[in-house]
Design a protein around this ligand. Structure first.
Ligand SMILES: [Fe+2]
Length: 231
């Protein structure tokens, strides 16, 4: 099943070309209201995920001197259309989100000249879309979304997905893939090696890569603690 997270827009808040803090706050209220009516998603992609991505995107945007008036709506609306993992339209999810976000923003009175860059940032954020991020703002949103799969929250998301998939946490014989290739179809800890550490290497902004290194260290510390406990 696919659901659209947009609720009907009302009157547009005023916004300066540079996006003042007041304008940003007013638009964020609108984005929150639009998302509040979304059907409950899995914990890896719920409203808390969106809020974390927005928080990280704002931080990266400030350090990288990106355009907040593009990054902010793109981060809020990047998962607007949710498509389950097993749905054949899964690889189109970010394009569908970009289209839905563009429609919502246009109706809401968001500056029309920003819509193409916002749509690009949303479409390019996903691995499965295979669209190269060609603006700083797209790279910021992409890094922010990928960072949410890393570090302490990434570990939580990994094990939450494990619960949904019903796979064991680790291999009893070789928990840390020392003598076998990792296979995350079999064990949760294997996902650290097949995906999570590799994701940290795909980040493209300076600020994103720095944060990615910190989160990769946290994940290594976690695996060390787990190894000590397993004995
Ligand atoms: Fe996301």
């Amino acid at each position: 099943m696919m659901h659209d997270r947009v609720s009907p827009p009302s009157q547009a808040p005023n916004m300066s070309p540079t996006m003042s803090p007041e304008a940003a706050a007013a638009w964020e209220k609108r984005f929150t209201a639009a998302l509040a009516e979304a059907a409950a998603a899995d914990p890896a992609h719920d409203i808390l995920h969106v809020r974390r991505v927005v928080h990280t995107a704002k931080a990266l945007c400030a350090v990288e001197c990106g355009r907040l008036d593009v990054v902010l709506p793109a981060a809020w609306l990047h998962d607007l259309v949710a498509v389950p993992k097993d749905d054949p339209r899964r690889s189109s999810a970010s394009r569908l989100s970009a289209e839905a976000a563009t429609g919502f923003l246009r109706q809401a009175g968001y500056p029309a000249e920003l819509l193409p860059d916002i749509a690009h940032a949303i479409e390019a954020h996903s691995f499965s879309a295979r669209v190269t991020a060609r603006t700083l703002e797209a790279r910021i949103v992409q890094d922010a979304d990928r960072l949410d799969g890393l570090g302490a929250i990434g570990i939580a998301r990994c094990f939450a997905t494990t619960g949904v998939l019903g796979r064991p946490f680790y291999s009893e014989d070789d928990p840390f893939c020392e003598t076998r290739p990792p296979d995350d179809g079999l064990y949760a800890v294997d996902h650290f090696y097949t995906k999570l550490f590799r994701t940290a290497e795909t980040l493209t902004t300076e600020a994103g890569r720095a944060e990615g290194r910190l989160r990769a260290e946290e994940m290594r510390r976690y695996l060390s603690a787990l190894a000590r406990e397993l004995g």
